[in-house]
Design a protein around this ligand. Sequence first.
Ligand SMILES: Nc1ncnc2c1ncn2[C@@H]1O[C@H](COP(=O)(O)OP(=O)(O)O)[C@@H](O)[C@H]1O
Ligand SMILES: [Mg+2]
Length: 538
Amino acid sequence: MESTIQANVASKDTLPGADSNILVEMLGISKVYPDNNVTANKNVNFNLQRGEIHALVGENGAGKTTLMKILCGLERADQGTIKVDGRLVRIRSARDADRLGIGMVHQRFCLVENFSVADNIVLGKEPLQAGLFYDRAKAKRTVKALSEDFGFEMDPNALVGSLTVGQKQRVEILKALYRSSTILILDEPTSLLTEQEIKAFFRILRHLKAMEYTIVIITHKLEEVGQISDRVTVMREGQVVDSRPSASLDKATLARLMVGKEVLLQVEKLAKEPGSAVLEIRDLTLIDPTCPRPLLAGINLRVRAGEVLGIAGVAGNGLGELEDVLTGMNSRGHPSGQALIDGLEVLGLSPARLRRKGLAYVPADRLQRGSSLLLPLSDNLIVVDHHAFLRFGILRHRSISKFSNDLIKRFGIKGNMNAPIGTLSGGNIQKAVLSRELSRRPKLLIISEPTWGLDVACSEFVYQEIMEMRNEETAVLLISSNLDEVLALSDQVAVMYKGEVVALFPNVGLDRESLGGYMLGLHRQEVKKDGCWEERVH
Ligand SMILES: Nc1ncnc2c1ncn2[C@@H]1O[C@H](COP(=O)(O)OP(=O)(O)O)[C@@H](O)[C@H]1O
Ligand SMILES: [Mg+2]
């Protein structure tokens, strides 16, 4: 497949004047990570045209981040050359990349939470007074002007710790713009954003494009490729498999190129009757005295054996708080009301005791909460059930190896069992946590943002696993800001807005638009005396 691409590129290159349009050219780039001997990039050719938005897509572990880190001087290629503006360049450090106008916004932000926006943006390149002292007033003025130029609406004085994810991302982008980067590389910038934030973010990208900035956006989301990019490059297993104008690719073809096989974007859902209630939530309220309104306000929900209850909502409307309170992770405010598993009160129990009551939990924040980054992959896979591997108080290493190997194979986790889990790529860490929780056969599964940061093939796999658990009578509470996911998996859908459940529907004939109105607070239902929900008339 690679040869056809090269032929395409070559025929374009032979057009008179076409060359001058190429701003960055990476040729024959190869990279092996010595620690684990993984070939992350294999003879990769990649180019960027001046002023384009270029989507770089591929499954987890395809080598996208590595390729871009090489362009930014954060990793060194073993082989290959890079040209910028037709000149051969050596990029050996971030400083070299900086000089060439190349800046990267990473998947995990690198901001100082207790610094102001302005202090963060100028960090390391502070304006000086008399050549000696940090000129904070000037920093603020510069940042304010910069923010206005790009339509970012950022307050230079705001504390970064108080910002939303979307705002923090803007700070990172401003940081690159402040350093005069004209080539911006954004590594999965939309994975943590809400739908509204993504819209605003795309407006910013289009604005930057209009100002002739060149942008690389790494993404897993197929629909974004068509929405925002001019060209797309697809990577698979360290190699480029295709590169062409985005308009010439539909979603299905793109998905096939990414994973090398047809993927179904549909989840098969067996029709079945739910069993008895496993989780019952009664009048659950969470009040934080420092907040003007309750974080959770009188929530009543029920999840039965063999059904998926999906909770939809925009971030900031109580989804995270509900997850925390139900899983023993809450650290804000005081919960009241009831949460019953099989009729027994569990509100306030520790995560360990909840597990013994039959709860499996996949947190949204799998890096911080779901894993111990310094421990080996195999330890992370057994950590919850390690007593199952004890005999006379001694861990049975052979059965641990077998168990770990089975999970690694079944879930296609790319990584060495004995390496610290923190050295795996983000997607593979997520797979490990998911495999550990899904491999148990729990009574109740609480799963939050199950496919954040996962690629198509991986997401589909996770969906199938969730469905299988439902079919085997696990009660599933799915908390997700991804509406397509909620609609694909749920038997019932509850919508949360400002800490309240504002609607509850059986998932029949529901669509994105109708739910959207409830998520944004435009409509709401109320509960009648018989427990049914109906539209509230304003
Ligand atoms: N610092 C590292 N050390 C060892 N292996 C790595 C490192 N970073 C990435 N890898 C491995 O290289 C491969 C490509 O990873 P990456 O470039 O992060 O892919 P992507 O961004 O497409 O998900 C993966 O198998 C990953 O585990
Ligand atoms: Mg990556």
